[in-house]
Design a protein around this ligand. Structure first.
Ligand code: PAD
Ligand code: ZN
Ligand code: ZN
Length: 362
């Protein structure tokens, strides 16, 4: 029997979000219904609300979530009712050309639930943010979007690994391939950037330079392992990063903002043959201009990081285990826990730079 639950919907471009009654169908073949226990507020949810991702309103927001599988559809064998899971937004297919070449983190055919969730009062079909839609008491996903982890971890902490924190850690350790002794600079110290800093610590980087335009964010970045901080409103970050790295630039620079000016800073703040990782998500109107000769002459690699190039089945349980062993301070990312009807205010606090993550607890 389809169920009705409360969920946070973005009805149209830049309109405030509102709580609606949502209809959740029973899981069909390959699908699962998950009881959401916690879901973080990510900048990507704000991009959806503002129309920066697509025009497929209404959106059911929320995607950094953990919960317990309630029911599964036909043919689902990897997860079962009662399993504690983190939801992921790249359920790999196993069949596309990337998967067949043994590089499933690039999967070109990731899947979501086939059935649609709808708004009870109007019957309108919802587009779930990143194929998840977890600012809701329950949600419907593809079973492959559920990754089992140790249930000893708190749901608020676990959920964050489902998006921004994984994207940041993975930008450093998977995409950037940060190694022992490297110097790393991270531009933008929100949830994603700070996670990149924590990832760089885990990987053994020795110099970790945090860049932001907000001093409070820089203070927080220090607690996560930044060895140097640069306020790029006051100081030229390229000059500062070069100075801190003996005049050369950092081995890996991670742009966790995703704007033309931050990308340009990342491009010029890395050492010759260094790596730039773009993990912040640009909006459709943004354009980048760079002298092609500099692209050639500076060498190295310019990479984008989709979801930290993670493989959820490999990375989620491992990172949760590291956290439970006290080696990865994932709890530092939860600034506050809030109720479902406080998401709009959480967006405001995010825009004012007041929080790393607000997490809705159910
Ligand atoms: P956030 O709003 O928590 O943090 C953004 C940070 O950037 C804040 O600390 C700002 O002060 C800082 N900032 C803003 N402008 C500048 C600037 N010009 N120079 C330096 N710092 C600046 O966002 P978040 O950490 O949740 O997300 C960051 C980006 O990452 C955002 O674009 C989001 O959509 C993207 C993201 N990408 C993936 C992925 O798979 N690639 C996953 C999740 C989030
Ligand atoms: Zn695939
Ligand atoms: Zn996210």
């Amino acid at each position: 029997m389809a169920q009705e639950v409360r969920g946070v919907v973005a009805p149209g471009k830049d309109e405030p979000v509102r709580i609606e009654t949502i209809v959740i169908p029973d899981p069909g073949p390959g699908e699962a219904v998950v009881d959401i226990q916690a879901c973080g507020v990510c900048h990507t949810d704000l991009h959806y609300k503002q129309g920066g991702i697509s025009d497929d309103y209404p959106f059911l927001l929320g995607h950094e979530a953990a919960g317990v599988v309630e029911s599964v559809g036909e043919g689902v064998t990897d997860v079962a009712p009662g399993d504690f899971v983190i939801l992921n937004w790249r359920a790999v297919c196993g069949k596309c050309r990337a998967c067949r070449r043994g590089r499933p983190w690039y999967c070109f055919d990731t899947h979501n639930a086939k059935q649609k969730m709808t708004i009870a009062s109007t019957g309108q079909e919802l587009t779930p943010a990143l194929g998840i839609g977890a600012f809701a008491e329950k949600t419907l996903v593809a079973a492959g979007q559920c990754t089992k982890v140790d249930p000893k971890v708190s749901p608020a902490v676990a959920g964050l690994l489902g998006c921004g924190v994984m994207a940041g850690i993975g930008a450093a350790i998977n995409t950037g391939n940060v190694g022992r002794g490297d110097s790393v600079a991270v531009i933008g110290c929100g949830g994603v950037g700070d996670a990149a800093i924590a990832g760089a610590v885990l990987a053994g980087a020795v110099k970790i330079i945090a860049v932001d335009i907000n001093d409070r964010k820089l203070q927080k970045a220090r607690t996560l392992g930044a060895t140097h901080t640069v306020n790029s409103k006051e100081t030229d970050p390229v000059e500062a990063i070069r100075e801190i790295t003996g005049g050369f630039g950092a081995d890996v620079v991670i742009d966790a903002v995703g704007r033309p000016e931050t990308y340009r800073q990342a491009f010029y703040a890395r050492d010759l043959a260094g790596t730039v990782v773009l993990v912040g998500v640009p909006t459709p109107e943004m354009k980048l201009e760079l002298p092609l000769l500099d692209v050639f002459g500076r060498g190295g690699s310019l990479k984008s990081s989709w979801y930290g190039d993670c493989l959820p089945s490999r990375d989620f349980p491992m990172l949760i285990d590291l956290h439970l062993q006290g080696r990865l301070p994932l709890d530092a990312f939860v600034t506050e826990t809030i109720q479902l009807d406080q998401v709009e205010q959480a967006f405001e606090r995010m825009q004012h730079g007041d929080v790393l993550r607000s997490v809705v607890e159910f």
